[in-house]
Design a binder for this molecule. Sequence first.
Ligand SMILES: Cc1ncc(COP(=O)(O)O)c(C=O)c1O
Length: 354
Amino acid sequence: MPCKGDPNAIDALRKLKRVSMAHLPTPVEPLDRLSAALGGPRIWMKRDDCTGLATGGNKTRKIEFLMADAVAKGADTVVTVGAIQSNHARQVAAASARLGLRCVLGLLDAVPDRSQVYRLLGNVFLDKLFDAEIRISPDLEDTEPLLDSIADELSRQGRQPYVIPLGGSNGLGAAAYAEAFLELLAQFEALQEPLNAIVVPIVSGGTLAGLLLGASLSGWRGTMIGISASDKAERAIQRVRVPQLAAAEILGASDEIIGQPPIVIDDRFVGKGYGIPTPECVQAIELLARKEGLLLDPVYTGKAMAGLLTLIRENYFQADVNNLLFWHTGGSVALHAYPEIAVDFEKRTSRRET
Ligand SMILES: Cc1ncc(COP(=O)(O)O)c(C=O)c1O
């Protein structure tokens, strides 16, 4: 079936206001040693861990659009939420510092049994370096009331708050990833390689939502899979659908193209829960470090890579999938907040050496 896409919506996307902060385009790299070890399709990586802002990551793209909106609305303070080791919070804090805005972070104590290091180093230390004001909160399923109460309090103090939802996953955040998809497509066109399948981690949903929308707008036909690092598939699908539809509305995208490609989530790699690394996640981190000199993270990309490795071993991808892309969304700062991974690694490798 010929794929039409939606050139008008792509025009609208290109006209959205943004504050330039990311180092773009991020590189696309083949992982040939990993591909050879697995014997499946050729694996590529989109290096959104290299977006440049405060060690990079997927939130920088979303923040470019969200901060432009904050500035246009006359905000003097940016408010957002995330886990104590949120990469999103760290990048919002850095972007706020760069724009001379105040930043208030509601950080959820969402991961049980964490060490003192988890509460002190990694992202949360960087938040403080970027001069963000931090409010620690118990974990919440719905973070909107917390955001509203912080914003109300700031308004009562005469400040002009701009609220960014969890993970920056609203219409503007997803629009940023629709544009990222177009960037990737152009890179594969320049490489004269087909792009057959994409694997990406998903938690708050905006990244996958935007990639799917970008795929619909361009008429791309391929396989896209979100590996959940938090929710069961049904909930994850809802999380993706909301920003996907919101972004489609902002861009005036035609209804009939949304939903193609469909939202596909694999939730087998979450383990005991968000922020709790699984043995497969740690193995994936070690494999990518050894084979490719690349850093994954213990919360998102380690689990997503564990998913990709399993899907290849299960022969999930059809024989006509030649090029499979892993979307690296960043997050390796959090490696330094999980001392138990280092302790376990030390034990295992010192045993191997003796
Ligand atoms: C490093 C990293 N990867 C992936 C994700 C997931 O992206 P999204 O929340 O847009 O689903 C996040 C944030 O939640 C993240 O910080």
